[in-house]
Design a protein around this ligand. Structure first.
Ligand code: ASP
Length: 366
């Protein structure tokens, strides 16, 4: 038993000190030895169908500038001695206040033309967690999630009750109209139009099949109708502070055209967000239903805990193999207790930014 334990420990150590390498699991970024812990900060601004050419040069510039502002704000907070939880909240608030991202101000619309926001945060030191869902009036859901973690005896609060708690905590509430933006409204109208066209087409095919006597024809339309085509912009952050403590947070408007009361993975601890000082901090973005079913964030942590897997490999295993196999799409950002970063996605792109080993911000999209 003792020998097995030392073998596992040795493997773990190797995972942390091996030089950067490319393999079937991709590149391992910024490896640090256990003797050389450092501050670390990574953010994402959502994953999805983001291909070169799908963004105008001006839009791309705007995204890059906002991601850089958010990653630097979080990192500077860490440099000033603030905690990983502080840094995560600071960066996410910046992205929530921008109409560019599907969180806070830029939240997408539900099928009924409303905005319903979800968020969560987790403290890797204490395993404390706070999460909120179905908010219609809270300007910065991540701040309310943090209040649930630190100032209530609960982990998750939803809807009107959560907003009542926000008011009690003097957290800023806004008129629901604050979340209305033209581009998100247009995106909903476009999806509703496509959905309708597909339904009409499917009905036509079904009727034709009835006449032809082949009732099974046309049933494949269902998954086509449901596949979310216009979804990206959820935001998240993971941080390692000077005390070696990890934190993760995620905030979203969910998915365009989601049904009444739908809750995604972002506020589900273990699915969209997870942090544990013993392993890593993870924030996810993508097709939430799949992330919930796989418990993505907790699974990455578990791969590291039970199998001593390095963070990039654990992230790739869960995203590029398990999520891919199940038919979901999206990505994760992760950081471990040594400052090693894991970034993995199986979608075309993912807005992301991190601070490299020289302390410089790196912004990537495709
Ligand atoms: N994961 C989010 C949700 O399912 C959406 C996203 O990340 O774009 O609500």
């Amino acid at each position: 038993m003792k020998r097995l334990l030392s073998f596992v420990l040795l493997l773990n150590l190797f995972g942390s000190i091996l030089p950067a390498q490319k393999g079937s699991f991709g590149e391992i970024k910024q490896l640090q030895g256990p003797q050389n812990p450092r501050l670390g900060f990574v953010i994402h601004g959502g994953a999805g169908v983001i291909t070169k050419g799908s963004l105008t040069p001006e839009k791309e510039k705007e995204f890059r500038a906002k991601l850089e502002e958010a990653v630097l704000a979080g990192y500077k907070a860490l440099q000033a001695g603030k905690t990983s939880v502080d840094a995560v909240e600071i960066a996410i608030r910046i992205m929530e206040d921008s109409p560019l991202f599907n969180a806070g101000k830029g939240a997408v619309f539900t099928h009924d033309g409303k905005n319903e926001l979800d968020a969560s945060i987790m403290d890797g030191k204490t395993l404390g967690a706070g999460s909120v869902a179905g908010l219609r009036r809270v300007k910065n859901p991540i701040t309310l999630a943090r209040a649930v973690m630190e100032k209530s005896e609960h982990v998750m609060m939803i809807g009107e009750g959560a907003e009542k708690f926000a008011a009690e905590q003097k957290i800023e509430l806004v008129d629901p109209k604050y979340f209305w933006t033209q581009h998100r409204w247009d995106a909903l109208q476009q999806i509703l139009k496509e959905e309708n066209e597909k339904k009409v087409k499917a009905k036509g095919q079904k009727e034709k099949a009835k006449i032809d006597g082949d009732e099974s024809s046309g049933s494949s339309q269902r998954s086509e109708v449901e596949k979310p085509s216009n979804r990206f912009g959820t935001v998240g952050a993971v941080a390692l502070d000077k005390n070696g403590d990890l934190a993760a947070g995620t905030s979203t408007g969910g998915m365009t055209n989601k049904k009444y009361g739908r809750v995604g993975d972002a506020p589900i601890i273990g699915a969209g967000t997870y942090a544990n000082d013993q392993t890593c901090a993870v924030s996810a973005t993508g097709w939430g239903e799949y992330f919930i079913r796989l418990g993505v964030a907790r699974d990455i942590s578990s791969q590291m805990e039970y199998r001593a897997m390095p963070i990039q490999q654990a992230s790739d295993l869960v995203i590029k193999q398990k999520l891919q196999k199940l038919g979901g799409d999206g990505g994760v950002i992760a950081i471990d207790k040594f400052g090693n970063i894991g970034i993995s996605f199986n979608s075309e792109g993912m807005y992301r930014a991190y601070i490299n080993a020289d302390g410089k911000p790196v912004v990537e999209i495709y």
